[in-house]
Design a protein around this ligand. Structure first.
Ligand SMILES: O=C(CO)[C@@H](O)[C@H](O)[C@H](O)[C@H](O)COP(=O)(O)O
Ligand SMILES: [Zn+2]
Length: 354
């Protein structure tokens, strides 16, 4: 018995590890497609038989209900849950039609259908995929490693690298969770930047802060103008991100940059600066603040770690953030400048070239 347990657990882990290479890019693409669909006011549907029917309803509930982050409910529907529709369609049109007829009734161009089948050959799933494609719905097929009928009717295939139904299902549920996670991140990023003119953190960011705390995720923050973004910024943001789980970047509003650096700065307006930062890999959220320094915002965000450049470590420049961060139990980290580049140097050089 012990052997069965150990071997099953090992196999399950092995399939998931192999899936990093065989299915990773497709999982990422699925999340992008789903985010486009849900962010663009379309709907997603998910289908499967047996264990996959359970996975389908599990997945849908992550969207109508909640996965990890607080956000508005999103329209994802499992078509394997309505006993009246399933028995009526099954009884009157045949079991092969239980999903396709619902797709015909509910799906519209621009929607997404996720079709799960470990064999890739279940006729009701394949038929639904076919009808979906005919109706302008993007079909994501999820199967095992074998080629099946579903392959020909999906726009994107995600294959769990196994031929054992149980192992495929276990891997598929993990991939479905990852798709939830990535889709949520993409959508929340698209909804940001949380540009506000008040000194208060936007309601959603505060809610997120609460949620991160509940989940035991540590929050790192850093601040600056980020006027002309360069390699040095990316390097220090990556370092900052490595101190915790979520990186929030607080940037000076255009007004506060002007007050600090003069009338001809910033070069780039706050929306552009926030948008660029938001697109960088290490950055999770961007918040624009109006005050001369971010102390007031930090008193609300209460990060576990707040990062500044190493030039602030010596005490030569005031660091109003330190007192407030430490007051709420956080700590300061000073980041070394490993890349010799600065916005001022870039601007000087541009001036010379011109
Ligand atoms: O959960 C399991 C087996 O682990 C079963 O319920 C399994 O899902 C059923 O046999 C399904 O009918 C299999 O269909 P499919 O994955 O090949 O489309
Ligand atoms: Zn099962």
């Amino acid at each position: 018995m012990d052997i069965v347990i150990a071997e099953s657990l090992r196999q399950s882990a092995r399939v998931k590890t192999r899936a990093v290479d065989t299915a990773g890019p497709q999982v990422a693409e699925a999340a992008r497609r789903l985010a486009d669909c849900l962010g663009g006011d379309h709907r997603a549907f998910i289908i499967g038989n047996g264990g996959s029917a359970a996975d389908a309803q599990h997945f849908a509930a992550e969207f109508t209900g909640k996965f990890q982050l607080p956000r508005q409910p999103l329209p994802v529907l499992a078509l394997s849950t309505d006993t009246s529709a399933l028995t009526c369609i099954g009884n009157d049109y045949g079991f092969e039609a239980i999903f396709s007829r619902q797709v015909e009734a509910l799906a519209r161009p621009g929607d997404v259908l996720i079709a799960i089948s470990t064999s890739g050959n279940s006729e009701n799933v394949v038929r639904a995929a076919e009808v979906a494609q005919e109706n302008g719905v993007f079909v994501i097929g999820m199967t095992g490693e074998r080629t099946g009928l579903l392959d020909a009717h999906a726009d994107l295939m995600i294959k769990a690298p196994s031929s054992s139904t149980a192992r495929i299902q276990e891997c598929q549920m993990t991939m479905l969770h990852i798709i939830c996670d990535l889709t949520e991140r993409i959508l929340l990023r698209a909804g940001s930047p949380a540009v506000t003119t008040s000194g208060l953190l936007p309601h959603e960011l505060l809610e997120m802060r609460e949620e991160w705390r509940r989940q035991g995720l540590s929050v790192v923050s850093t601040n600056g103008c980020f006027d002309v973004i360069h390699a040095g910024h990316l390097d220090s943001l990556s370092r900052a991100a490595s101190f915790g789980d979520v990186l929030v970047v607080l940037i000076n509003s255009d007004e506060s940059v002007r007050r600090a650096k003069g009338e001809n700065r910033p070069i780039n307006p706050q929306r552009a600066r926030a948008g660029l930062l938001q697109a960088l890999g290490p950055v999770d959220h961007v918040f624009v603040f109006e005050q001369d320094d971010p102390a007031e915002v930090l008193a609300e965000l209460r990060p576990d770690v707040h990062c500044k450049g190493e030039e602030y470590a010596s005490g030569r420049f005031p660091v109003p953030e330190k007192e407030v961060v430490e007051r709420f139990g956080g700590r300061m980290e000073f980041l070394p400048r490993t890349i010799d580049v600065s916005t001022t140097a870039i601007l000087d050089r541009l001036e010379v070239i011109r």
